[in-house]
Design a protein around this ligand. Structure first.
Ligand SMILES: NC(=O)c1ccc[n+]([C@@H]2O[C@H](COP(=O)([O-])OP(=O)(O)OC[C@H]3O[C@@H](n4cnc5c(N)ncnc54)[C@H](OP(=O)(O)O)[C@@H]3O)[C@@H](O)[C@H]2O)c1
Length: 259
């Protein structure tokens, strides 16, 4: 088990991992971040040491890099110790992005993290990879301090799970934004959609499969309704026309391909 932890970064994931680790009495000794004020804002809440200087990075058993994916290689190169484990938290970045003589791993939490939100950390699945089985075991033990769910997966699998998260969360969120814009143009508040959004998610959380949960004109093959929607979009927004058409075709293929 890791006795000491340093978090690298002070963005969304760093904010939540800091809370999750401290709530579960993990010994987080420092936050290192490029922008000192952001490290300070996060660390001072918990009375933890913070720095923006490589020379001041504390010695620890594990360094959890929570920077943007494109910064992982560069920042990992500067970790000034060899006798430690360094992990990143990215879904679609290989372990080989970590540059250094230390042991390497991945500690990927499958969640959408935004600073200031309150989250149930024990429900967040962690996807773990390490170069040796001893570090895999230690990372699983760390994940189990925080969460009820953790998996050992290789890069190929993790990348596909990350992509599933993009479909399930990022794309649906973008569709909510499109729906919000449509409501705005009709001078109806986004609140009017919250009941349908909530029930859509609640059904899935309650165990109804996405296949069974689907409703709507494409599921019913209501061709006249689909044509009306497409003709509105064709006249107003060609990109939305394409998105609506592709999603409709995908649903029709799934439920009605034998017709
Ligand atoms: N957000 C999510 O929902 C989520 C979920 C799971 C995994 N992840 C993964 O977690 C990691 C962090 O994501 P995030 O959403 O927390 O990012 P974020 O909120 O945008 O924070 C980015 C962090 O990276 C630092 N950074 C950016 N460019 C840098 C550079 N060139 N050199 C040094 N530091 C740099 C930033 O420092 P400054 O403060 O100085 O700008 C900041 O601390 C990513 O690998 C992401 O794939 C994210």
């Amino acid at each position: 088990m890791f006795k000491t932890v340093v978090i690298v970064g002070a963005g969304n994931v760093a904010y939540h991992l800091t809370r999750a680790l401290l709530e579960n009495t993990v010994n987080l000794v420092q936050i290192f971040n490029r922008t000192l004020s952001k490290a300070q804002l996060l660390a001072e809440n918990y009375n933890i040491s913070y720095t923006d200087k490589i020379s001041e990075i504390k010695k620890a058993d594990i360094y959890i890099i929570c920077t943007s994916d494109d910064a992982i290689s560069e920042i990992s190169y500067y970790i000034p110790f060899d006798d430690c484990l360094v992990v990143h938290t990215s879904g679609s970045t290989p372990i080989s992005a970590l540059k250094g003589k230390y042991r390497k791993g991945v500690f990927y939490p499958l969640q959408t993290f935004t600073q200031g939100r309150s989250l149930e950390y024990d429900k967040i699945p962690f996807f773990i990879e390490a170069e040796n089985s001893s570090d895999e075991g230690a990372l699983l033990a760390l994940a189990e301090r925080i969460s009820e769910e953790s998996y050992l997966v290789d890069y190929e699998k993790r990348m596909k799970i990350h992509m599933a998260g993009v479909w399930a969360n990022n794309f649906t969120n973008h569709l909510y934004l499109i729906a919000e814009e449509i409501c705005k143009k009709q001078e109806i508040p986004f609140d009017a959609l919250k009941s349908i959004i909530k029930e859509g998610v609640d059904k899935l959380v309650d165990g109804v499969s996405p296949y069974d949960a689907q409703t709507g004109p494409a599921r019913r093959l209501d061709k006249s309704v689909i044509e009306k929607h497409l003709s509105i979009l064709e006249a107003t927004d060609s990109k939305l026309f394409q998105i609506y058409n592709l999603l409709t075709e995908s649903i029709i293929k799934l439920y009605h391909e034998k017709l």
